[in-house]
Design a protein around this ligand. Structure first.
Ligand code: SF4
Length: 321
């Protein structure tokens, strides 16, 4: 099925990636994928933490410096310590970001960077490159189930696909839990996501299955909290070729009887070609979708696994590597 109606994802983003002139030099870092294809399908929540703590653009550059209490965010030349206002802003922002489905940070920033940010040993000392931006660190710590990436890593086709998949799954779950839902709605939601979960985390698939089987016996709030955590954790686990092959065979098993022997053998052969990396994942998926629709096997046809996000994003042509 297509991503559920009315579930347009909301994604927080470093403002400069959308083209806002907020960088230290008054420029921006507009990202083509974000402002192009992805913009058609998500609503952005732009945030520039350095502007929000009162710095202008252009402004003096910042950097991280080592201290006994962890990295400090300081202005490079005048050496003003901005760690406290930046940390306070991040905590405040994190508390208000419970309705977003992902966050794309600007790489290499001492405020927004997620990986490999230089942390200097004092004013003139050397740097190690294992730091994380002060703002990004607080957000990532406060929202552990959120899909978080930087624009540099999103240039990798596999990481990009995984991020977008999590964002759309989060939006569907958020839409469900924000409404007046009943246990049977969660059961139906889970039924549509089973193959998607199985492709990521077979152990979690069984654990979540048990949780959903007892859905009617638990208070709604606790059930929602537990399902939300388990669902997000499962989708954060990497889907591998082997797990995709397992799911494809599951689906083949469910529609196989409705197919004549030639079509069944065709589908099995295409799955084998995917396993041997001779064709992309899109090939067995397209065939499976076609047969599930043709044979009217609704359970397979409606699996989010077959269409986890709008097809026009064309992200599965290279997945997995
Ligand atoms: S990296 Fe973050 S702090 Fe720097 S300009 Fe972009 S949004 Fe603002």
């Amino acid at each position: 099925m297509a991503p559920a109606e009315g579930t347009r994802p909301r994604v927080a983003v470093s403002s400069c990636l959308l083209g806002a002139p907020v960088r230290f030099n008054g420029g921006h870092s507009r990202d083509r994928f974000l402002t192009g294809e992805l913009s058609e399908h998500v609503d952005w929540v732009p945030i520039c933490p350095e502007i929000e703590i009162g710095l202008g653009a252009p402004r003096e550059t910042l950097r991280l410096e080592r201290s006994a209490d962890g990295p400090r965010l300081t202005t490079r030349r005048t050496r003003v310590d901005l760690t406290a206002p930046m940390t306070a802003l991040a905590a405040e922002r994190a508390a208000g970001l419970t309705d977003v489905d992902g966050y794309v940070f600007k790489a290499k920033s001492p405020s927004c960077g997620l990986h490999g940010i230089p942390v200097y040993a004092g004013e003139d000392g050397p740097a190690d490159r294992h730091g994380r931006g002060i703002f990004a660190a607080v957000i990532a710590g406060a929202l552990p189930g959120l899909a978080i990436e930087d624009e540099g890593r999103l240039r990798d086709a596999v990481l990009r696909e995984a991020f977008v998949e999590r964002v759309f799954a989060s939006a569907r779950l958020r839409a469900l839990l924000a409404g007046d839902w009943r246990p049977r709605d969660l059961v139906a939601f889970h039924a549509r996501h089973k193959m998607q979960i199985l492709a990521h985390a077979p152990a979690a698939y069984r654990e979540i299955g048990r949780l959903v089987a007892a859905a009617g016996e638990r208070p709604g709030e606790a059930l929602a909290r537990e399902y939300d955590r388990a669902f997000r954790t499962a989708l954060a686990t990497r889907a591998t070729v082997g797990r995709h092959v397992n799911v494809l065979h599951h689906c083949l098993g469910m529609i196989g009887e409705a197919l004549d022997p030639v079509r069944r053998a065709d589908l099995a052969e295409v799955i084998e070609s995917y396993q041997a990396r001779r064709v992309a994942l899109t090939v067995p998926l397209a065939l499976l979708r076609h047969h599930a629709r043709g044979a009217g096997i609704e359970y397979v046809r409606d699996q989010t696994y077959l269409s986890p996000y709008p097809d026009t994003l064309c992200l599965r042509n290279h997945v997995p590597a």
